[in-house]
Write a protein that binds this ligand. Structure first.
Ligand SMILES: Cc1cc2nc3c(=O)[nH]c(=O)nc-3n(C[C@H](O)[C@H](O)[C@H](O)COP(=O)(O)OP(=O)(O)OC[C@H]3O[C@@H](n4cnc5c(N)ncnc54)[C@H](O)[C@@H]3O)c2cc1C
Length: 243
């Protein structure tokens, strides 16, 4: 089951995706991530089980009592493609970015004409929360804005290409590109404990949609299938903590 997760790519937003490129413990080791967590807590040989009931009970005990470090024994490595609007928020998660990430270089690689985020709908400003959005604009207004956005992208990209043709360095020509919408690709590694912190914060209803859909996809498509007991305990004890 977990073997099939490696290499799996899940589409997110209009042009983004998440791909799991590695997992520790690796499925080939024949030990589930849940059991690796339990083994770490017992300081026993990885994969040594005391039976499913006792193993699962211990894992739930660890989660309930915030005995956190065993959850750091499982690691996920992802390749991601997301607009800068998402990346900008992602990099605030130091344990899911700064410690171990490699990002595409706009100094080295040329941006592609289709590297820009086009939202499916336009959300209105939230009436009471200055940082949040509310209901979608009516379809006709949304469509008009989308057309303007695409025209803006086209013009920015045309100027970018014009600058490149004049011999301007890629690191400078990119000043013409719409910064917040440009798609970025990066590789990042995170342990299960810090991933749960990210998921708790970014799957919450107050997280911006453009990062929430990535968090939800990671949880649904990778975290839950890789760590079913941990996900169950997370939902019971930790997912809504602090709300
Ligand atoms: C809805 C929402 C709105 C936000 N709005 C803003 C905003 O307006 N402006 C803004 O700047 N940020 C904002 N943020 C980002 C937020 O402040 C955090 O930086 C981000 O969520 C990362 O959380 P974290 O520190 O728990 O995660 P990580 O950086 O991954 O850290 C995980 C945990 O590791 C520990 N840790 C990591 N690094 C250190 C360290 N150097 N020293 C001590 N302990 C450490 C902490 O216990 C931390 O909780 C927002 C986040 C959310 C979810």
């Amino acid at each position: 089951m977990t073997q099939e997760l490696i290499g799996k790519r899940v589409p997110v937003l209009d042009k983004g995706w998440i791909e799991l490129i590695d997992l520790m413990p690796h499925p080939a080791a024949g030990v589930s991530g849940d059991l690796a967590i339990v083994s770490a807590a017992r300081v026993s040989f990885m994969g040594e089980s005391k039976g499913e009931e006792k193993d699962k009970k211990l894992l739930f005990y660890l989660m309930r009592h915030e005995h956190n470090s065993p959850f750091e024994m499982v690691e996920f490595k992802f390749r991601l493609r997301a607009p800068l609007i998402t990346y900008w928020q992602w990099v605030r998660h130091r344990t899911f970015h700064y410690q171990s990430a490699n990002a595409q270089s706009g100094r080295y690689t040329e941006f592609d004409e289709n590297d820009f985020y086009v939202p499916a709908a336009w959300r209105q400003q939230h009436t009471s929360n200055k940082q949040a959005s509310g209901a979608n604009l009516p379809d006709a207004e949304s469509q008009e804005l989308t057309e303007k956005l695409i025209a803006f992208y086209d013009e920015g990209y045309r100027l970018y290409e014009e600058a490149l043709e004049k011999g301007v360095a890629k690191e400078m020509a990119r000043l013409f590109l719409p910064g917040f919408s440009v798609y970025y690709t990066w590789v990042v590694k995170v342990d299960a404990l810090n991933l749960m912190n990210f998921l708790r914060l970014r799957m919450a209803s107050d997280a911006q949609y453009e990062i929430r859909v990535y968090a939800e996809a990671i949880y649904r498509e990778f975290f839950k299938p890789a760590l079913p007991w941990t996900a169950e305990a997370f939902e019971e004890f930790a997912m809504n903590a602090g709300e």
